[in-house]
Design a protein around this ligand. Structure first.
Ligand SMILES: [Zn+2]
Length: 528
């Protein structure tokens, strides 16, 4: 026991001091986890299916770090509610189950902070930016990255500051390709769990084989090519020689060896542990349970994310660079215009898009600009209102509502502060209590309309020079996805950011402003 305690390896610490569901810690049914417990790199990324032992791994890493290095760990969750639940239901039992760890506990035992040995472990939600700024750290753990706001993740990383350790651990079930955990995994050395066929010696990456055979949304989902056998007892087989494959004897292989961060992709095909629910549904093996789930699921996104640990993009996505470049016209960025509309996004300064309507219903982007530094009244915007003869401008109301309102006051009746709402229906133009014109719009519907304008070919973009390249890039950084509620099965469309997307918001605001001018014009026609 004392030898294990002093070996200085995570895996020995886990075996000596951790339990699994009250029993001894071992890797049975979860052999793929061994690679993670032997990991010694400072930055580790785990893109995983649901319930693969990743949070237990996070707990073990946190405890080990606090005890061995006396460092400060911050364990991040999407919300404060998740913090309370995790701290009480998962972390406290981990301490209670081990006399060694219990003895190391010091004075403080609160939901948000555990002091153990010379180290400490903080639990934090990622919704409050102010609370996230509070403590410096040596080791950051992010649990369920895809449920976190990307900017807040960036803010949290600053907590590492000048730590001599600078350890990071990212855990999450993926959602969209190139977003959240998938993006972080893509930048890693991309390890896959490979199974070697004892019959023909060929190595198999089952996720790849699944994608090749069943990656099409039109797949009828009646079979999985490498799952065969008596119903309820199916096993994994080699698609070349038919020999059975054993997930217990797999090996991790990196696609990009030598990269700084180590990434692990974990699907349920790596596991042989059956849940009580899977047993109740008549499965006697893990592959049988997965095949049943695959046949049963109405929407493949949930299967890809939660069972395969792979990202999935449903339906049509957003606007592609190819589509946008197809709309580039033979004109440069302009310095002035006539009867224009303007959209302004706040956040890292101001992102501005000005569009000019044509008589034949086209809308030309004529001006694109990023102003990094602004004053408290947004006076930078003033000259544009005149130079481009701006009839309507929609500006992001947040975060600096005060400045946006000051700008709106200077151009009475032409500037609208925009707020996103969760309701249904069209954009609603009205006034706020201070009598400033405002527009309230459903985010999904605003971006759907924005995308449709481009899809219909009724938009033009200036020659790609200066800021236009960045403008196009940012407009492809927002993606439409259909999310399925795992319990009710209800589907909901959302636009998700996968990188800087300020210009996409500014562009969509300009579209809203255009809609406003057209409504007014129509009214005038009827009245006249
Ligand atoms: Zn084989």
């Amino acid at each position: 026991m004392s030898y294990l305690r002093d070996s200085g390896r995570l895996i020995d610490f886990a075996v000596a001091h951790r339990t699994i569901s009250g029993g001894p810690f071992d890797f049975e049914g979860h052999e793929y986890l061994k690679g993670l417990y032997l990991e010694e790199e400072p930055v580790v990324v785990v893109r995983k299916a649901a319930q693969m032992g990743a949070s237990e791994y996070g707990i073990t890493r946190a405890l080990f770090f606090a005890v061995r290095y006396g460092g400060r760990v911050i364990y991040y969750f999407p919300t404060d509610h998740d913090v309370t639940e995790f701290s009480q239901d998962r972390f406290r039992p981990a301490l209670k189950d081990s006399p060694y760890l219990s003895a190391l506990m010091r004075d403080t035992d609160t939901t948000g902070l555990k002091k153990i040995g010379r180290g400490s472990i903080y639990f934090r939600g990622t919704t409050s930016r102010t609370r996230m700024k509070s403590v410096p750290a040596d080791f950051l753990i992010f649990d369920e990255v895809d449920e976190m706001i990307p900017e807040n993740l960036e803010l949290a990383r600053k907590r590492l500051g000048h730590s001599a350790f600078g350890h990071e651990l990212y855990l999450s079930t993926p959602t969209l390709p190139g977003y959240g955990i998938d993006q972080i995994y893509e930048e890693s050395d991309q390890r896959h769990y490979l199974l070697r066929c004892p019959g023909c010696s060929r190595w198999h990456c089952l996720e790849d084989e699944f994608l090749q055979a069943h990656g099409s949304p039109r797949d009828v989902r009646e079979e999985i090519v490498f799952v065969k056998g008596r119903p309820g007892y199916e096993t994994l087989i080699c698609t070349r020689c038919g020999h059975a494959l054993d997930p217990g004897t797999g090996a991790w292989a990196a696609r990009h060896p030598g990269r700084r961060s180590h990434g692990y992709s974990i699907s349920k095909f790596a596991s042989t542990a059956l849940s009580a629910k899977e047993r109740a549904l008549g499965a006697h093996t893990k592959p049988a349970a997965l095949l049943a789930q695959w046949k049963r699921t109405r929407f493949p996104a949930e299967f890809f994310n939660s069972e395969l640990g792979l990202p999935y993009l449903a339906a049509e996505g957003g606007l592609s660079e190819h589509e946008l470049l197809g709309l580039v016209g033979d004109y440069p960025l302009m310095a002035s215009g006539r009867g224009c509309v303007m959209g302004v996004d706040q956040g890292s300064g101001l992102h501005i898009v000005i569009k000019e309507p044509t008589d034949d219903d086209y809308l030309l982007t004529v001006y694109v600009h990023h102003e990094p530094l602004t004053d408290e009244r947004f006076t930078y915007l003033d000259h544009l209102m005149g130079d481009f003869d701006v009839r309507a401008c929609v500006i992001d109301a947040l975060p600096n509502t005060h400045a946006a309102r000051a700008f709106a006051r200077r151009f009475s009746g032409r500037v609208y502060l925009s707020y996103y709402n969760a309701g249904k229906g069209r954009a609603a133009f009205s006034f706020d209590p201070e009598n400033t014109p405002v527009v309230s719009v459903n985010r999904t519907e605003a971006f759907d309309a924005w995308r449709d304008g481009y899809k219909q070919g009724l938009r033009r973009i200036p020659r790609v020079e200066g800021p236009v390249g960045e403008y196009v890039r940012q407009m492809t950084n927002i993606l439409r996805a259909v999310r399925e509620d795992p319990t009710t099965g209800a589907k909901r469309a959302v636009w998700i950011k996968r990188g800087p997307d300020h210009y996409a918001h500014a562009d969509s605001y300009a579209e809203l402003a255009h809609k406003r001018t057209r409504t007014r014009y129509a009214t005038a026609t009827i009245l006249g």
